[in-house]
Structures are given as C-alpha cells and as structure tokens.
Design a protein around this ligand. Structure first.
Ligand code: SF4
Ligand code: SF4
Length: 70
C-alpha cells in the first residue's frame, strides 16, 4: 500500500520534505510525465504524521490531492 498524488496537485512542494523515506519526487522528475508530484509506491511506507494521517497528506493544501491505497 502507498499513497498516490493525483492530477489536481498544484506542485506547491509542501509534501516532499515531509517524506521520511524520499518516496516523493517533484513534477520535473515525475516518471509519468504528468505536471504533478509523484510517489514511488515501492518506497512509500504510508508513514504517520503528527495527526495520525500520512505526513504528506497532512501538509498538502489541496484537498483530495493525495489519496490512500494506490
Ligand atoms: S505517506 Fe509518508 S512515506 Fe508515503 S509518500 Fe507520504 S510522506 Fe512519504
Ligand atoms: S503538497 Fe499536495 S499540492 Fe503540494 S506538491 Fe505535494 S501533492 Fe502537490
């Protein structure tokens, strides 16, 4: 299981430094070519942040952008 960043990502960059395992890459490194940040599912450990949700989800300002269970 991993989280997934969807195409409503505004590339604000808030999530990338929150990831403890370096699973997130920015839009310029997105392997799909989409204009959005990207999570490598094989690296994501679905970590828990300060509020019992994945750390990247907690800081993402775009509601519904990062989803669970990809
Ligand atoms: S859930 Fe945690 S480990 Fe997975 S991408 Fe988000 S911050 Fe990184
Ligand atoms: S915090 Fe959300 S909107 Fe900002 S880059 Fe990450 S996924 Fe995209």
């Amino acid at each position: 299981m991993a989280v997934k960043i969807t195409d409503i990502c505004i590339s604000c960059g808030a999530c990338i430094d929150e990831c403890p395992v370096g699973a997130i890459v920015d839009d310029s490194d997105n392997p799909t070519g989409a204009d959005a940040y990207y999570v490598y599912a094989d690296k994501c450990v679905e970590c828990v942040g300060h509020h019992s949700s994945p750390a990247c989800m907690e800081v993402c300002p775009t509601e519904g952008c990062i989803v669970l269970g990809a």
